[in-house]
Design a protein around this ligand. Structure first.
Ligand code: G
Ligand code: G
Ligand code: MN
Ligand code: NA
Length: 252
């Protein structure tokens, strides 16, 4: 209860931080962007994981404010890197269930205007569960696409993946859930699943991101399977913005 009260003021009191986890092109090793992952630096309780406070924010209704703050902060930071001369790249932001509503496209358009970020440099990550549970989800996705924002399905393979929906979603990217990547070296079935997702995704002309890549062996297998992009501790954990800048090439 106390925590949910604190959460309402977390954004205003500058207690929310965004970490960035690099995404790497598996063909040439280039950095292609990052996923934004929020953290809450609580004055008494220390660092609190989004796995804990995002569900709380959803229950208590503060997700609206917090979600908007995260989107705005990630877009502003990305725009700032561009104005500092770093090569432009897209930053992915996770959406929670209650953020994914009919007001979202308008909110995103406003944030892009306010920050000056071009829409193509913003990607939104939506889990299968969220995409499937909202009646108007295809409509909302289409409106976001009309803005020029990119869309990714997150944690792919763990939700109720109906292929009927998958073919209708106007998405550009599939992110293979890390649970399938974890045992890649040791599990024949995980290998079969990962290869099949990559093949399915490519036939649908989607980019495939493998999450949770921790070992060189996993990376090599993903290369062999023609996965496009990797993300995981092997290259880097999510890091604060100033640390992420070191991965970007020197300003020109
Ligand atoms: O980075 P970490 O492992 O702590 O993230 C834990 C969970 O919190 C993941 O499921 C991740 O998708 C989610 N998460 C991280 N940042 C955000 C965010 O900004 N918004 C939402 N909705 N979820 C996030
Ligand atoms: O649900 P989503 O995929 O958005 O969340 C990603 C979560 O996975 C974040 O909490 C992030 O910190 C975590 N993560 C990123 N890379 C790795 C990794 O290589 N191994 C593990 N165990 N977790 C990771
Ligand atoms: Mn994600
Ligand atoms: Na995921």
């Amino acid at each position: 209860l106390e925590l949910s009260h604190d959460l309402r003021q977390a954004a205003e009191q500058n207690e929310l931080l965004i970490y960035y986890q690099p995404k790497i092109n598996l063909i040439n090793g280039n950095l292609i962007g990052a996923e934004a992952l929020v953290r809450w630096q609580h004055p008494q309780h220390g660092m609190i994981s989004p796995a804990e406070f995002i569900p709380l924010a959803e229950e208590t209704g503060s997700i609206g404010r917090i979600g908007e703050w995260i989107l705005r902060a990630a877009c502003a930071r990305n725009r700032q890197w561009q104005t500092e001369g770093y090569p432009p790249q897209s930053i992915a932001v996770n959406l929670s269930a209650r953020q994914f509503n009919r007001e979202l496209p308008k909110q995103v358009a406003q944030i892009l205007r306010d920050t000056g970020l071009e829409a193509k440099y913003l990607e939104l990550e939506i889990t299968e569960g969220i995409a499937m549970s909202v009646d108007s989800s295809i409509d909302i996705m289409r409106q976001l696409r009309e803005l020029g924002v990119k869309l990714a399905i997150d944690d792919f393979g763990t939700g109720f993946s109906s292929l009927t929906y998958l073919k209708q979603f106007p998405i550009q990217t599939l992110k293979i859930d890390q649970s399938f990547v974890k045992q890649l070296e040791h599990s024949l079935s995980d290998r079969a699943i990962v290869r099949s997702i990559i093949e399915l995704g490519h036939h649908l002309e989607l980019d495939i991101v493998a999450e949770g890549v921790e070992t060189v062996e996993q990376k090599q297998m993903l290369e062999e399977y023609r996965c496009d992009t990797m993300q995981g501790y092997l290259f880097s954990r999510p890091v604060p913005a100033d640390e992420y800048e070191k991965f970007l090439i020197t300003p020109s």
